[in-house]
Design a protein around this ligand. Structure first.
Ligand code: DGJ
Length: 730
């Protein structure tokens, strides 16, 4: 059982395998937050709430009880205007124009399992016994507005999800100004704040700093979760590392503009909140209508960042990703983007595919440039009709020929976009996001289709569906290459214009749901100029993501390390590309490029026909090796050993769920003369078991491998990499 309710005390105790989350309804009707942290035994925990009279600048809602002030009370549903001066979870403009609300407990209900969220991606369960859901019904008595706080406890997956549903029972129209997904009050500020930040081709740097008084936040105002900030934040106890320390992770299942913030107040308490970015957002709620916020997935780990990551990995791999590829080993692919860019024809493509097939590669992916008159990136998006100049015998003929080689075929789309130079745009100039009378700002000379509109969505589903049914395509790369500007919709009335960005994301989710359900045998990979939308929302529809447009092996160490904080390795696309690398101009050896790419969903993104026989032989070996270890890499437990953010060396390893084998990857970027001998301490092994290491004689104790470590980096030279394959002995 995951939820204990003490009806007498009105106390709710949400319990996972390793954590407890406790709150209580006070006699005044407020929902007070009592505790979030390491698992506690069930019992009377009401004493955890300490109320004390503070100062008159923190007013008291119950005049005769000056020990309670909303300004100091930890709360489940904080709002503004009745004495809490911190940032609220919710703010609404009521029919009378005021923005003051005050929510009190009305009732609650429990459900076995975890219902889905209408129109939104969310963690799901396969058996009702996997989760319990609690819905707390709160009401603003003066207006009649209802809020449902929705908590789901996945006891064994060790996670709690939160979201909120606002039901307008007030009898009049209201406007939501702020509707976040979760807000949690912590009793002190002795934490570090962790965020994943970066830029295009430099995604998800791990950034940590101690909490400071006032606000700290990451947010996107770009209409997508963004390269710049990931919809995730964590609080860490001071000194937390991979294996020790308390970590509170907050991951938002949403692909649009978001905010994650921590506010440290006058009493040095911390309020962490996360949800849709209230910036440039309002939502008109007519009487009887409701609004569902996206879901936040909260993970508490007493075992450091590694513990948190492994919890997210398992949950997102098994209960967020869906479809027939969820549990399947992913194919090794070759993609023609960096090999040809727009400059290809059927023969060139067939030759690359053939070279790939001879080396054991299983899937060929035709990237951008196969449709319309797309010889450059300034035209034809929206005209999803094959370019017969490049592929004179049509797409189906090329697919058949690649299939005939014994390979699967994948295709690139950018379904959300339209080029001003396209038949689609000429026919429907109002189908893009725009504001009448203003410039339509272009990015890569393209505009964004208005996915808040049903007619636009239907036409895109129809066009993409036509292409996908025209040939036996087994993989789709779904790209999206710019951020939103002039966010307005031709069909929405003035008072709903600020709903456009969220309606777009809801529309995108609908389109992806329709297409992925119509083509269940296609493996979908999302992409947004690489990792501009690497978020849990996309993972619900597409089990893998192209991690970054930066394919340089050294840069990828940081990008893949940072990404692995939250996202499972089965979702991380990583390819070997040519040298000098196209993004950073660095030349790294094929060995290192191979092992970095093998630390995710493996593939190549270069012209294999140009490789020498020796290079081809090396590729053949890499492909064969990856096929042997991919189950372990994609579905094993991931342990980070050395961080590229801390030095010259990076290492990580994968351990099979049953402990039978492990693969250890070690990388050293620059060589150092007379360097100390390096020992790499492994993790996740059984200290009492013995292991063999492929290519080494002898028997190695799990204890010695973890506590003393293996010797690494003996060979000098820059860009050095090593792989150790361990097998547990009986
Ligand atoms: C951006 C993607 O991230 C690249 O891999 C490639 O597909 C290009 N778009 C094509 O335009």
């Amino acid at each position: 059982m995951g939820i204990y309710i003490d009806s007498q005390q009105q106390l709710f105790h949400l319990q996972t395998k390793g954590s407890s989350y406790v709150f209580q309804i006070l006699p005044s009707g407020y929902a007070a937050h009592l505790y979030y942290g390491k698992r506690l035994r069930a019992g009377d925990l009401s004493w955890l709430l300490v109320s004390q009279e503070r100062c008159s600048f923190s007013p008291n809602p119950v005049p005769e009880d000056r020990s309670i002030s909303l300004d100091t009370l930890p709360q489940e549903l904080p709002v503004y205007g009745t004495s809490d001066y911190r940032h609220p979870l919710l703010q609404a403009r009521l029919a009378d124009g005021t923005t003051i609300t005050e929510f009190k407990y009305v009732s609650h209900r429990m459900e076995q399992g975890k219902p889905g969220l209408e129109g939104l991606p969310a963690v799901y369960v396969e058996r009702e016994s996997e989760a319990e859901t609690l819905v707390l019904n709160m009401q603003d008595l003066a207006s009649g507005l209802h809020v449902e706080l929705i908590y789901a406890v996945l006891e064994d997956y060790d996670a709690i999800t939160r979201s909120m549903r606002i039901v307008n029972d007030s009898g009049a129209s209201i406007e939501l100004l702020r509707a976040l997904s979760a807000s949690v009050d912590f009793p002190h500020m002795d934490y570090e704040w962790l965020q994943l930040s970066g830029a295009w081709t430099r995604e998800r740097d791990v950034i940590r700093r101690p909490l400071a008084y006032g606000m700290q936040a990451v947010e996107s105002r770009r209409g997508s979760s963004s390269h710049q900030q990931n919809p995730f934040a964590a609080l860490l106890s001071p000194g937390t590392d991979e294996d020790h320390g308390e970590v509170y992770g907050f991951s938002l299942v949403y692909s649009g503009s978001f905010i994650a913030q921590a506010e440290v107040d006058q009493f040095r308490t911390t309020r962490l909140s996360i949800g849709i970015n209230p910036f440039d957002f309002t939502w008109l709620l007519e009487p009887g209508e409701s609004f569902q916020t996206p879901e936040t997935v909260m993970v508490y780990s007493a075992g450091g960042l590694g513990g948190m990551s492994r919890t997210y990995h398992k949950l997102y791999r098994e209960r967020l990703a869906r479809g027939e590829f969820r549990d399947q080993e992913r194919p090794v692919l070759v993609n023609n983007w960096e090999a040809t860019y727009f400059n290809f024809n059927a023969e060139k493509i067939e030759n690359i595919a053939k070279a790939g097939q001879e080396l054991g590669i299983e899937l060929f992916v035709l990237d951008d440039g196969w449709f319309g008159r797309r010889d450059r990136d300034n035209t034809s998006l929206g005209d999803w009709i094959v370019d017969l100049n490049k592929l004179p015998d049509g797409l189906d003929d090329l697919v058949e020929r690649v299939k005939h080689l014994g390979m699967q075929f994948g295709l690139w789309f950018e379904p959300e976009m339209v080029s001003p130079d396209s038949d689609l745009y000429r026919m429907h100039p109002d189908w893009c996001l725009h504001v009448p009378g203003r410039r339509r700002t272009e990015g890569r000379q393209q505009l964004i289709l208005d996915f808040s509109r049903q007619d636009v969505r239907d036409e895109i589903v129809r066009m993409i569906g036509n292409v996908l049914s025209s040939a036996p395509i087994t993989y789709v790369k779904w790209d999206m290459n710019r951020n939103m500007t002039e966010i307005g919709s031709a069909l929405l009335p003035p008072q709903r214009q600020r709903e456009t960005a969220h309606r777009y994301i809801l529309g995108l989710y609908e389109v992806m749901e329709r297409i992925t359900t119509a083509f269940p045998h296609i493996l979908f990979e999302s992409c947004s100029g690489g990792g501009g939308r690497f978020d849990p929302g996309m993972l619900f529809y597409m089990p893998q993501t192209w991690t970054s447009d930066n394919t340089d092996a050294v840069a990828r160490l940081r990008i893949q390390y940072g990404t692995s904080l939250v996202y499972p390795v089965s979702s991380i696309g990583s390819h070997v590309s040519a040298v000098p690398n196209h993004q950073v101009k660095r030349t790294t050896p094929l060995d290192m490029r191979g092992l970095v790419a093998m630390s995710g969903n493996f593939g190549y993104e270069l012209d294999l026909t140009r490789f020498s026989d020796e290079e081809k032989e090396a590729v053949k070996e890499q492909v064969a090796l990856y096929k042997e270890i991919r189950g372990l890499v994609q579905f094993g437990q991931h342990y980070r050993l050395l961080s590229p953010f801390e030095g010259n060396e990076t290492a990580w390893m994968f351990v099979a769920e049953d402990g039978s084998e492990a693969a250890v990857f070690y990388f050293r970027v620059l060589s150092e003369s007379n360097a100390p001998l390096s020992r790499l301490k492994l993790k996740g092994l059984d200290p009492d078991a013995d292991y063999s290491i492929l290519g080494n004689e002898g028997v190695f104790g799990g204890d010695a491998l973890m506590y003393a470590g293996i010797s690494v980096g003996e060979d000098r030279g820059d860009f050095h990499s090593e792989l150790f394959r361990l097998k547990r002995m009986q």
